[in-house]
Write a protein that binds this ligand. Sequence first.
Ligand code: MG
Length: 300
Amino acid sequence: MTWSLASYTAAGTPGFGVLRADGTLVAPPDLKRWPSPLELLEDWSAAEPVLRDLDVENAPAVEYDALLAPLRWPRKVICAGVNYRKHMLEMGGELPGSGWYPFFFLKAPTTSVIGPHDPIVISAAARARYDWEAELAVVIGTKGKNIPAERALFHAAAYCVSNDITARGYHKREAPPADAFSYDWFAAKSAEGSLPLGPGLTPAFLVTDPQDLRLRLWVNGKLQQDESTADMVCTVAELIAAASEVVTLEPGDVIATGTPSGVGVARGLYLRGGDVVRVSIDGLGALENPVIEATEEEPS
Ligand code: MG
């Protein structure tokens, strides 16, 4: 039976428990050892055997008001760009030969990440052009630097669903002072609330093969993306290895592994206020976020 560690709020108090496949939330007493999912991940070598033995069938049910982002907050959010073959083609690229190296960018963790049902608040500016990107996210549980790909999945504690919301219109800069400043990855990728994450963290030991997961994304019930993680250019293990050559991967880091084909920009489709975006990965659950247009920018 598959399940995930989910964060919730009940009468204003946050907590975390186990979200079961049937949608019910339970609180196994063994989880009380850790105040939060981040602290559980920091104690991963002790937590993993406890999770493997968790009695999720008979644990007491929890009444909750809403699910929160499963991890508050990821230490780092590292995102892979163009990592699916068919997506490379739809973005006007060519399939890479040997020697391809993963392309990464960052999102600001505490301001980008939102919960599995939180609204995606988009700017009313027509030129922003918000797009969707269904992605498998892997959560690090074991610290490492220069991790070999063959050992990389050992460092993965959990998986979840993510949606790498992208403001396409803010990406390419007009008249950059030099080629190095042609693309504004910060404005395009790191907008407030641009990473719906969840619904919970499914332990890696419940995921038989991260390269055999079906991702789907719907906008207003219409299927837009439907692909297997088998279409990835670099595997999850290769992405972990490559990212760890740049930085030390730490417990609570999230790596979004790229989106498959079916993004809006390839067909001139963008999100609008009133839309509902649903993203599912078989076995990991689903996100469902309404899109709201910001009325005005308020100083705070
Ligand atoms: Mg992406």
